[in-house]
Design a protein around this ligand. Structure first.
Ligand SMILES: NC(=O)c1ccc[n+]([C@@H]2O[C@H](COP(=O)([O-])OP(=O)(O)OC[C@H]3O[C@@H](n4cnc5c(N)ncnc54)[C@H](OP(=O)(O)O)[C@@H]3O)[C@@H](O)[C@H]2O)c1
Length: 210
């Protein structure tokens, strides 16, 4: 069975996840950060795209500040062309896997197809082989939409912060090409809504076969 896929993101009240130039924006607060770190601690792997690594340089760890005895989920980056900088902070601690379309003779790299971009279905099989049962996809918008496009998302959590970023070019939680016809729209079932900090956390299940 492929890993269960949970997407988590934070967006402004107008549906943006960063500035148009990809600069990171603080959208939520301590209570939500604690929730995200607890969620990270419950999964086997955390995945982001190379766009997020370049923009935010995330560590992708579980902070002791939020979880007493943290686990060390595998960190996964989608990087078709091997652009990841050697000094990226995610290399500082814990295990990592770079999913690419290049031939690399390195156990930290896995080739997923030979197309333009990482083939997510091949990646799911590779993660399954490595014992990943639960995968947390944290962004960015290009990557999240690709998971929807391939019908690989099971749960979608989005924290909606009380701010407006605005602008046509600011990224959203689901960018990429998006639905081009009505039958390509993904439908969700709202499972819970929880006020948190000065915003609200919305948790959805993805409806299958709609
Ligand atoms: N608010 C939040 O919750 C949150 C969370 C995370 C990120 N962000 C923001 O999101 C922005 C980055 O998002 P982004 O959309 O520019 O980049 P992204 O989704 O992080 O990464 C996209 C890149 O991943 C690579 N990739 C490889 N295989 C792919 C596939 N199958 N599908 C999609 N992408 C694939 C592609 O580059 P190659 O072709 O070079 O491989 C693609 O350009 C930043 O501004 C960051 O601050 C916000």
């Amino acid at each position: 069975m492929r890993p269960k896929v949970i997407v988590n993101a934070a967006m402004s009240a107008d549906g943006k996840i960063a500035l148009p130039d990809r600069t990171e924006v603080k959208i939520s607060g301590e209570e939500d950060f604690a929730r995200v770190h607890e969620l990270r601690n419950e999964v086997d792997a955390i995945l982001v795209g190379i766009g997020t690594v370049m923009a935010d340089d995330p560590k992708l760890t579980v902070k002791k500040k939020f979880v007493k005895d943290p686990n060390h989920p595998l960190k996964v980056v989608l990087d078709s062309k091997g652009k990841i900088p050697e000094n990226s902070r995610l290399f500082d601690e814990g295990e990592y896997l770079i999913a690419t379309t290049l031939d690399k003779n390195d156990p930290h790299w896995v080739r997923c197809g030979d197309g333009n971009r990482v083939d997510l279905n091949i990646l799911m099989k590779e993660l399954q082989k490595r014992g990943v049962k639960k995968l947390l996809v944290e962004g960015g918008g290009e990557v999240i939409y690709s998971f929807f496009r391939e019908e690989l998302v099971d749960e979608f959590n989005v924290y909606v912060g009380s701010l407006i970023i605005g602008g046509r070019e600011a990224p959203t939680p689901a960018d990429g090409v998006g639905a081009e016809a009505l039958d390509e729209i993904d439908y969700l079932q709202l499972v819970s809504y929880t006020p948190m900090n000065d915003g609200i956390l919305l948790c959805y299940k993805v409806k299958k076969g709609d």
